[in-house]
Design a protein around this ligand. Sequence first.
Ligand SMILES: C[S@@+](CC[C@H](N)C(=O)[O-])C[C@H]1O[C@@H](n2cnc3c(N)ncnc32)[C@H](O)[C@@H]1O
Length: 259
Amino acid sequence: MRNIAEFKEYWSMRAKLKGNTLGAVILDSSDWVLNELNSIVHKQNLEIINSEVLNTRLFLLDAGCGYGRISKELKVKKPNINIIGVDISRQFLYLWKKNLDEPAAVATINQLPFKDNVFNVIICNTALMYLQKQDRQRTLDEFRRTLKNGGKLLMTENNKWGVMFVNMVQKDFSFIKNILLKDVIELEGAAVFDEKELRNLLNQTDFKILKIIGSLVPFPIPLFLFYLNHKSSKIRRNLFTSIWPLRRLSVYLTFVAVK
Ligand SMILES: C[S@@+](CC[C@H](N)C(=O)[O-])C[C@H]1O[C@@H](n2cnc3c(N)ncnc32)[C@H](O)[C@@H]1O
């Protein structure tokens, strides 16, 4: 797996090349199916976070914030929230500043530059997967340290079975081999999780998991997805949360946990 310095370089390059686009932070491809997937992922992420964050005067940390894809929309819908972003890439924070009138800091999320008990909510969307194993627990410790008592963590990470489907769409079958051979599962140098691993990580940090929401089940592509995305997002969210086999096939899992 790449180390933090290598990821810093990688993300700064993506920020420079793709700028303020979904391709900079979700799937990096010009293929139309993947572009459609990108817009669905984006919509689903926003929908879940919007449904879990109240429009009150709360302090929210966007950990591994990128250019502010999520926070800028959240701020439009919930203007009372005070947001601060943290990212290792200065290039992304430059874009963040253009997108949001909110502060941001260059830092790694396993060493947050904040005092204890300051945030009501922390969102961490697909950033933990870029930390090496020994730094993941440290990151969750940092989330716990900086959250107020009763504060909420919304953490979205990838899920290996769903990722396998996306790879099949990309006609890359090496990942299946990887899963079957039970190698350390990585994709482009990043970790690929399963629900149990993330659940254990949160439990070890004494977070109480309230629910796990699955999203984006790309099977069969693309009509079913298109239908779910455009017609019944609430139904989809409930289905994928409560029906375990559907959740298991999700590409992303959002853990809603409290300190
Ligand atoms: C997949 S992007 C997601 C960005 C944003 N959360 C979103 O959903 O649009 C991953 C982000 O995590 C950041 N990142 C990776 N490793 C990090 C670390 N150790 N500390 C802080 N940010 C990190 C990257 O620079 C990048 O902006």
